[in-house]
Design a protein around this ligand. Structure first.
Ligand SMILES: Cc1cc2nc3c(=O)[nH]c(=O)nc-3n(C[C@H](O)[C@H](O)[C@H](O)COP(=O)(O)OP(=O)(O)OC[C@H]3O[C@@H](n4cnc5c(N)ncnc54)[C@H](O)[C@@H]3O)c2cc1C
Length: 413
């Protein structure tokens, strides 16, 4: 049965859901205060990682937090005035750091990530955007002998998921990626991973195809909802109220506020990250690189070489601290000798993150015609197409292609 569906959020999650719902024959409207893809998706590291199964919350990570926070070049920063707000979320993150919980989260990530290239394929073919994806492989690197492979638990989790990797010496890594400096002593190669050369353009092309096929994209800020006997009956925007029948919240890091207005309180945080893009880097690695010691990435994209990473907790509304983008260059110079930063552009975006590192992909616990797709944390670009398929299954009343229990909202109740 054809439904009228309103989606709040035109990031990668909202636009992929819109395309999958439209393919099912529904009439879909997407509302966003910005252009498609201009939220967190625009500036991410552009990695597509079917083999990313290691959760952000891992046993022992908590011991590293004090050192990370005290190091001005460390991967984690918390603004002091935000400490009271972030403390309950961090407590949830610490609870997720047990080995058993991490193993369960890894299984949930694997199910969302493994089919990424196949699940994007039909959408990108229709949108004429296939050229934006590259199955290039990815290389994790470390300045420590054997450091690229991680802990015995990470190895166990990858093996359990059937992930194929190759452990390389520094010299073998330089043969594969000649741009790497001599201080890289070990590397782990993921041949099945890849990247997009332009994550913003990817969303824009999905939006253009969606509109050509009869979908509507509206540029409005959603400020609230009017609720009737059976749940929300209209969405209130800065351009007036619009009636809604079926509603999907896919508003990234802002989704927590919207879900709360619909009666469901969820522990979603803005996990702010930064990038620096070098249009003329002087040295251009062939592969996306992930530095295991400093927790950042470099990816060859259309705009140049993009360095991305870091986590900052300061809430959704605090101004960016671009020193965190600049520090990425300091780290990257160690890995890629000869790197130049002329003309560099900087960016900050908010990852929508739950303490356990899994998203919520679910029907609202309160309203039968309201659905949630947010909280994809570090992996939204990768998890988007399977999320889109799951939302299309839920909305159409089909049995989802994978077990959605790990992504249910009620895990936080
Ligand atoms: C530095 C960094 C690097 C990353 N690297 C990768 C990577 O390599 N691979 C990967 O898979 N993931 C990566 N991620 C994570 C990924 O970018 C996110 O998980 C993903 O972009 C989330 O997509 P989204 O559609 O949920 O949110 P967004 O892209 O933020 O989209 C949400 C949209 O909702 C709109 N919106 C919000 N509130 C309202 C409202 N009230 N009214 C109207 N519109 C509203 C916003 O304007 C926005 O456009 C990275 C993130 C960061 C920060």
């Amino acid at each position: 049965m054809q439904k009228n569906i309103t989606i709040v959020g035109a990031g990668i999650i909202g636009m992929v859901c819109a395309n999958y719902l439209q393919r099912d024959g529904h009439k879909v409207t997407v509302i966003d205060s910005r252009g498609p893809g201009e939220g967190c998706t625009a500036g991410n590291a552009a990695l597509l990682s079917p083999d990313a199964v290691i959760p952000p919350a891992m046993p022992g990570n908590w011991r590293k937090i004090p050192g990370w926070i005290l190091d001005p070049l460390g991967p984690l920063a918390i603004r002091w005035n935000y400490v009271p707000r972030i403390t309950p979320w961090l407590a949830g993150w610490l609870r997720a750091c047990s080995a058993d919980r991490a193993r369960a989260v890894a299984r949930g990530l694997r199910a969302l990530h493994a089919p990424v290239f196949d699940a994007y394929a039909p959408l990108l073919k229709d949108a004429g955007a296939t050229h934006l994806l590259q199955r290039s492989g990815q290389l994790y690197v470390s300045e420590l002998n054997g450091g690229a492979s991680g802990s015995p638990l990470t190895t166990e989790m990858r093996e359990a998921a059937g992930v194929h990797t190759q452990l390389l010496s520094g010299a073998a890594a330089r043969e594969l990626e000649p741009a790497l400096g001599e201080n890289i002593k070990s590397a782990l190669y993921f041949p099945n991973n890849g990247h997009t050369i332009n994550s913003l353009r990817l969303v824009q092309m999905l939006a253009e195809h969606f509109q050509r096929s009869g979908g509507t994209v509206l540029r409005r800020n959603v400020t609230g909802f009017e609720t009737g006997e059976h749940g929300p009956c209209s969405v209130i925007t800065d351009g007036g109220a619009r009636p809604v029948e079926t509603l999907l919240i896919a508003a990234g890091a802002w989704s927590g506020r919207l879900a709360a207005q619909l009666g469901t309180s969820l522990p979603l945080e803005a996990e702010r990250g930064y990038h620096l893009t070098l249009p003329d880097p002087g040295v251009m690695p062939r592969l996306p690189l992930i530095h295991r010691d400093f927790y950042f990435t470099t990816t060859p994209v259309q705009a140049g070489l993009r360095m991305a990473g870091t986590t900052e907790f300061a809430g959704l509304d605090a101004p960016p601290d671009y020193r965190r983008a600049r520090m990425l260059f300091t780290h990257a110079q160690r890995m890629l000798p000869g790197l130049r930063d002329s003309g560099a552009t900087q960016w900050m975006g908010a990852r929508p993150s739950f303490p356990d590192g899994l998203p919520v992909i679910d029907r609202s616990p309160l309203h039968a015609d309201v659905f949630f797709a947010f909280g994809h944390s570090h992996f939204g670009l990768t998890a988007a197409p399977v999320t889109g398929r799951l939302i299309a299954d839920l909305v159409s009343g089909r049995k989802p292609s994978i077990d959605i229990t790990p992504y249910q909202a009620r895990r936080f109740s």
